[in-house]
Design a protein around this ligand. Structure first.
Ligand code: DX5
Ligand code: ZN
Length: 221
């Protein structure tokens, strides 16, 4: 299985963001997970397209996995595409027209994805499965790093994995929130192939050792 680790820079050192991102990528992370919060859809405020562009200008070439926790969604999509986003995922609750937003992201040259909160059912997937490149399941309620993994996500992962397999499409199944070295194995066994990890990497003293430990566990799945 082609497992990917997407390092959530929400837990990085924003005063030296470029260097910290370089460090986590050389330590073995595959993607940069970029959490965008608007103090409206979620009760926190973070970073926007300017910071995404700053990372590209700094020299970051890894895929940038933009997770939009904003409402509305469409206005900001072209700005993130221009800023160098690779994936752009959004919460269906944040968009009045989910199909249109997925098309907008694709038309701007990025890879679209839908994000489901812990209590959000999967119904929004039914008619747009052919239009997503990523499905992101939240295993915490969005807004903050460092929260505990909500176990019902394991069952949901297994369900989405079945849906993806039945579709025959190449769709990444990503999980976000409370992923650590000690639970990544069971999360992978449930079906996830892409792991957003913030405090589980940035909160540890040696990023490379933490990621290596996670990869050792993933190697046994
Ligand atoms: C939460 C964000 C996450 C967050 C995960 O709303 O979407 O990406 O950074 O943080 P950890 O890995 O610390 O749970
Ligand atoms: Zn996120």
């Amino acid at each position: 299985m082609d497992f990917k680790i997407s390092a959530s820079i929400l837990s990085a050192d924003f005063a030296r963001l470029g260097a910290d991102v370089d460090e986590v990528l050389s330590a073995g992370a595959d993607f940069v997970h970029f959490d965008v919060m608007d103090n409206h859809y979620v009760p926190n405020l973070t970073i926007g397209p300017l910071v995404c562009k700053a990372l590209r200008d700094y020299g970051v070439t890894a895929p940038i996995d933009v997770h939009l926790m904003v409402q509305p969604v469409d206005r900001i999509v072209p700005d993130f595409a221009a800023a160098g986003a690779t994936y752009i995922t959004f919460h269906p609750e944040g968009s009045g027209h989910v199909d249109r937003t997925l098309g907008l992201i694709r038309d701007h040259g990025c890879r679209p994805g839908l994000v489901f909160n812990p209590a959000t059912p999967l119904t929004h997937l039914e008619y747009v499965l052919d239009k997503v490149d990523m499905i992101l399941l939240m295993s915490v309620n969005p807004g903050f790093g460092g929260q505990a993994f909500i176990p019902s996500c394991l069952r949901k992962l297994a369900e989405v994995k079945r849906i993806i397999q039945a579709s025959g499409r190449d769709i990444r199944l990503e999980v976000d929130g409370g992923v650590k070295a000690d639970n990544i194995g069971e999360i992978a066994s449930a079906g996830a192939d892409t792991f957003v990890i913030g405090s589980g990497i940035f909160g540890t003293p040696d990023y490379a050792e933490t990621i290596a430990e996670m990869r050792r566990t993933l190697g046994t799945v």
